[in-house]
Design a protein around this ligand. Structure first.
Ligand code: S3P
Length: 185
């Protein structure tokens, strides 16, 4: 059953897809499926889609073919995903780098999971690192990447500040903010 705070939200969205953007470790992949389930939307994790299509891990794509090749795959997958209505898409953190991708993202609603930097770095440090761009000192790499991207992320339709909340609470926060935003517009 749809929770009270999302009453009518799916209808209000009129099939527009929702793109979750943000830094690595911000929780896009864990929050996305919850939001999709509540909205009765389909769900796509862009990185997983790339891995499925290429039958290679992201790490392996980076090491075998390089970042540019990966970015092209990312755009191609995005072009396919936007053809479907009503999808929650968890994107990879670098999807915002290509101008071309923004033309696609803007067809849906873009939500930035603006996670506290220290919390994200702690999370990423506590897991085995599978992110090629964070090889070496995760904290330093994270800071460098965030500095180059923060103004780009800020162009999202909706910015949701995230601290240490659990995924369900983050999903709830996103949906509440989305509802407020849709009612105002
Ligand atoms: C990247 C983030 C990763 C993945 C790739 C590049 C980035 O996805 O797409 O390693 O450039 O920030 P997550 O944001 O899901 O970790």
């Amino acid at each position: 059953m749809e929770p009270n705070f999302t009453n009518g939200l799916t209808k209000e969205l009129r099939g527009r897809s929702i793109f979750l953007i943000g830094m690595m470790g911000s929780g896009k992949s864990s929050t996305g499926p919850i939001i999709a389930e509540i909205l009765k939307y389909k769900y796509v994790d862009l990185d997983l889609l790339i891995e499925k299509l290429t039958k290679k891990s992201i790490d392996k794509i980076f090491s075998d073919e390089g970042e540019e090749y990966f970015r092209d795959l990312e755009t191609q997958c995005l072009q396919e995903v936007i053809k479907l209505p009503s999808v929650v898409v968890s994107t990879g953190g670098g999807v915002v780098l290509k101008k071309e991708n923004w033309g696609i993202l803007r067809q849906g609603i873009i939500v930035w999971l603006d996670i506290n930097k220290e919390i994200a770095i702690n999370r990423l440090n506590s897991k085995e690192n599978i992110r090629p761009l964070l090889n070496g000192n995760i904290g330093i790499k994270y800071e460098e990447i965030f500095e180059t991207r923060k103004d780009i992320y800020a162009q999202a339709d909706l910015i949701v500040k995230i601290n240490n909340e659990g995924v369900k609470n983050v999903a709830e926060k996103i949906l509440k903010d989305l509802k407020k935003r849709l009612i105002i517009n």
